[in-house]
Every structure is written in C-alpha cells, then in structure tokens.
Design a protein around this ligand. Structure first.
Ligand code: LRH
Ligand code: MN
Ligand code: MN
Length: 424
C-alpha cells in the first residue's frame, strides 16, 4: 500500500481551518517563526527497520498483524510513515536481521519512496544459524581470538552492505560483558574490544563513521564492557576522528543526567547521535516522550545551544534515530508518535531565548533561568509542527490519517494477520 499526496491533501483541507486558527495565534507570539518552521521541515529522524513489527518481551509476543515480512515491506512501511509526516526520510538496517542482498533494487525502492539509508547496525549479540563460533561469552572482547576475528569480519561485512546502499555510518552495540564477579578481567576485556574495533575502524571507507553505543546492563547483569559514555568515549578517542559515542536514551541508570552527557560529548565533537526512546525502569524502549518529555526537551535545549555555539547544522552531521520496541501498540502509530515527540522537543528548544538564558546564568538568577526554560517547554508547539508538515506535503494529523485511510487493515489484507518479522 502507498499513500499519495493528493489523498493527504484532501484530508488536510478539512482540518485546515482549525489548524490555521491555532497556527496564527501561536505565530503571533513568536518573532522567528519562519526560521523555526524551516528548521522543522529540514529535520528528519531515521526509522529502525527492527521497530516496524511487534517486538514482544521474553514472556511472549502478540502479533498485531500486517507486519512487514521482508526488507522490501519494511521499506514500504517507512515510506508510509514518511508520506504522513514528511520527517522520516531514512531507514536504519540491522544486519543480519535485514539482508540487503539485492542492493540496486532495494535502493531503487527506497528512493522511489523518498528514502535513503541511515547507519547500518551490526549484530554480534546473537548466534545465527550456520555461524561457526558462539557469542555466548562475548564477541569483540571474547577471550578466544578466533571469536573476535569472526565478529570483526561480521562488522566489515556490514560496512560492505552499507556501502552498497549509500549508508555512511556503522553503529556498533555490544552485549559483551559478564554476569558474575570474577568471570572477566575488565582490563583485558576493554583492551581486546579496542583492538577488535581498531580492525573494524581500519576497514571504514573515507567518508564513514563508526558510532559506539554504550549500555550499563542487559543482557549481562554484572558488567558491560562498554557500559557507559566514559568507556565509549575512551574507545572513540583512542580509535580516532571517525569514531564517536552514540547515546541511546534507554541505556542509562535511573536518573542519569543525560542532557549533561550530551552537552559534553557535543562540546568534544564526539556526539555520534541518538537512539531515541523513553523508559521508566530500564531499557524499556517505549515511545519517545511518553514518560519524561521534559528530559527530552532539556536534551534538545543542549543540542540547540551547543550546535549553534559550534555553528553546526541541526539537520546533518548527527545521527537522529529512534530505537523502540512495541508490545501493545501498532508499530507505525507508535513511530508516528515518537517522531512527533522528538520534533516537539526540538521546536520547544528552538523557542528558548538563549541570550536571555545566558544573561540569567551570568547573573546567577536561578529563578529567571528556570522560567525561561519552562516558558518554552510549556508552549504548545504542535501547530508549528503541523504547519511544517503541511508545507512539506505531509498530513496535518498523521495518526488520524493513518486511521481514516485504514492503513493497518489494508496491510493485514495484503500480508495476513499472523505475521512474523525480524528484529526485537
Ligand atoms: C540494545 C540496542 C542496540 C541494538 C538494538 C536492537 O539494547 O539498543 O541499539 O542494536 O537495541
Ligand atoms: Mn539502541
Ligand atoms: Mn537498547
């Protein structure tokens, strides 16, 4: 199924008068509204191929039906999301959950839908059928050199796939760690990880980057070899200019000040990008902004301030990606909500009067500084997002259009009710 522009426009016409009232009211209050809208139009967030189906938990999985059964169908689903929100123009593949064997036709399908390929992700946290050696005790840090070599070769293979598709970044997340005290020599594990990553780094094409994700626990519950941003940053520094640290919002211990981490990584030129999601307890992979939207906004405030300070373009140079998993919601609806939440946080951060904030900070005027931040956060910026979508040819109300066009019902007709997809 595809959604064409005319259909979306016709539905927009009905919603337009009420949108216009809301937009005019808000636009009156903002002096740089045009600049903000242009920034919102330019801002896209990559969709992970593994989030287009129902993930489930280790206790069970309840298929929602009509889920993509192949890479082509995953790309089609991202095409649907992008047709509705005009803010999801790329897909991030996870190999071997996705095997892009026929790159030219995969690329053609994507570009026909206005999509390109974001970072490619390697997978050395699971054993695959026909794999010679097991990752049960780790991959890039394994005590056995042969296992490390196998994992290095897998990463190099992923780069090759990515090159054929036009990706320019390899995203690496390792499950490597230990479950019990004494199981592992921390320094050896870190050192072997570095040496393995150096081999992968050496295979990166000139214009490529390697993004190193960290996570404090799970699936290992005593230690993780790249457990926090310090360990990732250390590796990225030792590797070189093409390496940087990827921040998955769910990969922190409770109450970690993520915005401060973001600000320092950005300052050091070592912020690779994000895996956006939200969580209450651990790596819950919930819809972005559903639990702690204020934290998300504070992260974007650091980004806006920090990127401006370094004169960087917000739309490029940093990996903006969702990493979520769905148990009870329609994956496409969930992803539409996540993209909306990210753009809301971005728009609110763009409203912050950075000059006044700096002044308040210099005066140690704590209440004023807090007021400035909270004023922007408490502004309902949704009409700005809707206006940006309208101008970009998307839907004023993406979720409503998804439902009114009965997209899921159509996908179930096409693909069946009991579908199994690869991924989380
Ligand atoms: C690990 C992780 C990592 C994987 C993805 C499937 O928790 O966040 O990014 O690649 O989940
Ligand atoms: Mn992640
Ligand atoms: Mn995760």
């Amino acid at each position: 199924m595809q959604i064409n522009k005319e259909t979306v426009q016709n539905i927009n016409n009905d919603a337009f008068p009420s949108h216009q009232r809301r937009f005019n009211y808000l636009a009156d209050e903002i002096n740089n509204v045009e600049t903000i809208i242009q920034k919102l139009i330019a801002f896209n967030i990559a969709i992970p191929s593994w989030a287009l189906g129902t993930g489930g938990t280790r206790f069970g999985r309840f298929s929602g039906g009509g889920e993509p059964r192949s890479l082509e169908e995953k790309i089609e689903d991202v095409g649907l999301i992008h047709a509705l929100n005009r803010s999801s123009n790329s897909i991030s593949l996870h190999i071997p959950w996705d095997i892009p064997d026929n790159a030219p036709s995969i690329k053609a399908l994507a570009s026909q839908l206005g999509l390109h390929f974001d970072a490619v992700n390697s997978n050395t946290f699971q054993d695959q059928p026909n794999q010679a050696l097991s990752y049960k005790f780790g991959s890039l840090h394994h005590v056995d050199k042969a296992v490390r070599q196998q994992a290095v070769e897998h990463n190099i293979e992923v780069i090759k796939y990515g090159e054929e598709l036009g990706s320019t970044a390899l995203s690496v997340w390792l499950a490597d760690g230990s479950n019990f005290p004494g199981q592992l020599n921390f320094r050896n594990a870190f050192q072997t990880t570095l040496e393995s990553l150096q081999q992968v780094y050496a295979a990166l094409p000139d214009d490529w980057k390697i993004w190193i994700e960290y996570k404090p626990y799970e699936p290992n519950f005593y230690s993780t070899t790249i457990g926090d941003w310090g360990q990732s940053y250390l590796l990225a520094n030792k590797l070189g200019a093409k390496a940087s640290t990827l921040v998955d919002l769910g990969h922190h211990l409770p109450n970690t000040n993520i915005e401060q981490i973001v600000s320092l990584l950005l300052m050091e030129g070592k912020l690779a990008g994000f895996h956006f999601n939200d969580s209450k307890y651990g790596d819950d992979d919930l819809t972005v902004g559903c639990i702690n939207p204020y934290q998300l906004y504070l992260i974007f405030n650091e980004l806006v301030e920090g990127l401006d300070a370094r004169n960087l373009n917000h739309a490029t140079g940093i990996g903006w990606m969702i990493d979520a998993s769905h148990n009870v919601k329609d994956p496409v609806e969930d992803l539409l909500q996540s993209v909306e939440a990210i753009k809301i946080a971005y728009a609110q951060a763009l409203l912050v009067d950075q000059d006044k904030l700096k002044q308040a900070q210099l005066n140690n005027d704590v209440a004023r500084a807090q007021e400035i931040l909270q004023h922007a956060y408490r502004t309902d910026v949704r009409p700005l997002l809707a206006e940006a979508r309208l101008r970009a040819g998307g839907a004023l109300q993406p979720l409503e259009v998804f439902r009114s066009l009965k997209v899921r019902e159509n996908l179930i007709q096409e693909r069946g009710l009991k579908t199994v997809t690869t991924g989380l």
